[in-house]
Design a protein around this ligand. Structure first.
Ligand code: B12
Length: 424
């Protein structure tokens, strides 16, 4: 079949993104004999017009659209980001009869409500490699699509539970030539590389389980290194390890760094580090393997708030981790997430003072926590009447501890003027 695969993301908030996740799904479709036309709307000057002309020219049998972002997670001036995607779906539907199938990280958090909002025909929650191919099979042979794992239809709940690929090495990796490689010449771009899927940590506000599941699956280190070398040969010099937690399991992270050193990958890279259980030997290997920057999501400087967020580290661990990163010349951006359950003026001030005392390269502060379905935070928000149980939460809703809002925003304004390296 002729499959049009579209990455709908055109946002450059933070950095532009190469849609490698969609590339993994495309690689599986190509391997099973389908003809794929791959479109990254990020690199198009007029995305909607481009999409229309591709649909007209390619005449697809099925259209897969990747939905990465729902909103920008900003409680003060939230931007809802699905309007463009809704127009993309409608362009596809006006111009051809091909079923429009949604997938992607943002979509997976809201598989029913995003499907209805965007007006597509169906969607697949979670990783697409196996389920999308099963769906194409059904569509080609007239099989029952409701048996496809993780498939959602607009008017009924998912009938067959989603599945998780255990053997990630069995999946074909995307060919770099699928992408517009000129994009990588822009220093703002980082090649997203995912080495593991799933996160068991259960932070109170986090939606990762809906996207990737709660248990870790790993690519073999040998495959990751060959993949990195392949991309390096195609112009990727800057890598972003997009694993939710780079240092989980820590043995895997150390082995990966060691192999990158042995294979002389010679890449500059960054990752997201969990402040618990970070050792000097791991940070030494990271620096030697080319790590230049780390995002350290410690979120609070108060141990009780950390506990309420289900964090498995304390302020001592954060300080220790920040120290060894600095000792090894790795730049560190720390993250604070303020205003959650139990937050008071005292805990906010404590967190701000703590963040300042770490002397990090950058601090990014978020005030108000985006509420995602099926999280501990959502349960608390419902109990406290912050959101109604029937709210799909697709349109962004935020938790802000009572009586904190205006004072918190004002406090952060003054913090911002006092610290040029704080992003607020
Ligand atoms: C790493 C990361 C970042 C990095 C990205 C670095 C880079 N160069 O790529 C940084 C820190 C820069 C970042 C920024 C932002 N991010 Co971010 N990010 C992530 C994270 C942790 C991983 C994303 C990733 O690369 N996954 C790996 C790839 C390989 O997987 P994938 O793309 O999801 O694809 C798989 C499936 O989704 C599926 N699939 C994908 N497409 C399709 C299509 C079809 C048809 C099918 C069937 C399946 C399918 O199959 C793929 C293969 O398994 C996710 C959380 C998560 N666990 O997903 C958040 C996440 C995507 N980010 C999010 C947000 C909000 C943002 C920002 C808007 C935050 C901000 N205000 O700055 C920006 C937006 C950036 C942009 N320009 O678009 C949200 C999106 C939800 C929402 N509320 O909108 C997420 C889900 C985090 C969360 N809150 O839970 N992010």
């Amino acid at each position: 079949m002729k499959i049009l695969m579209v990455s709908a993301n055109t946002e450059i908030i933070n950095m532009p993104i190469l849609p490698v996740g969609l590339g993994w799904v495309a690689a599986s479709a190509i391997k099973t004999g389908h003809t794929v036309h791959f479109v990254d709307l990020m690199v198009e000057s007029d995305p909607l017009k481009h999409l229309g002309s591709v649909v007209d020219a390619f005449k697809p049998d099925v259209i897969g659209i990747s939905i990465r972002n729902i909103d920008d997670q900003s409680s003060r001036n939230p931007r809802f980001l699905l309007e463009n995607a809704r127009q993309m779906v409608s362009i596809c539907k006006e111009r051809c009869k091909a079923p429009v199938v949604l997938g992607g990280a943002g979509y997976s958090i809201f598989p029913q409500s995003a499907l209805v909002y965007l007006g597509a025909d169906m969607g697949i929650q979670g990783e697409g490699e196996t389920a999308f191919i099963a769906l194409l099979d059904c569509l080609a042979t007239g099989g029952e699509i409701r048996n496809v794992p993780g498939l959602y239809l607009p008017d009924e709940m998912c009938r067959t539970p989603r599945t998780y690929t255990r053997e990630l090495d069995a999946l074909p990796p995307p060919d770099p030539l699928l992408f517009d490689l000129k994009a990588l010449e822009n220093p703002a771009y980082f090649l997203p590389v995912q080495t593991r899927r799933g996160c068991p940590l259960k932070c109170s506000y986090c939606a990762t389980a809906a996207i990737e599941g709660g248990f870790i699956r790993k690519l073999s280190i040998q495959n990751v290194v060959s993949y990195l070398i392949r991309w390096k040969e195609n112009g990727a010099n800057n890598v972003f390890f997009v694993d939710n937690v780079f240092n989980l399991p820590s043995g895997y992270a150390e082995d990966l760094c060691r192999e990158m050193i042995v294979a002389r990958c010679n890449l500059k890279w960054r990752c997201i580090l969990y402040p618990g259980n970070v050792s000097k030997s791991m940070v030494r290997q990271m620096a030697e393997a080319g790590c230049t920057d780390v995002s350290l999501g410690f979120e609070s400087g108060d141990n009780q708030i950390l506990h309420a967020m289900n964090k498995r580290f304390n302020t001592g661990d954060i300080r220790y981790t920040a120290g060894i990163l600095a000792d090894h010349g790795i730049r560190c951006m720390g993250f604070l997430l303020l205003g959650g359950p139990g937050e008071t003026r005292e805990t906010v001030l404590k967190s701000l003072a703590f963040a300042e005392s770490l002397n990090l390269d950058t601090i990014r502060v978020t005030a108000g926590i985006r509420i995602y379905p099926f999280t501990k935070l959502a349960r608390i928000a419902i109990q406290e009447g912050v959101v109604s149980p029937s709210d799909t939460l697709l349109e962004p809703r935020f938790y802000m501890s009572s009586n904190l809002g205006d004072w918190l925003y004002a406090t952060l304004e003054s913090c911002k003027s006092a610290h040029s390296n704080w992003i607020i």
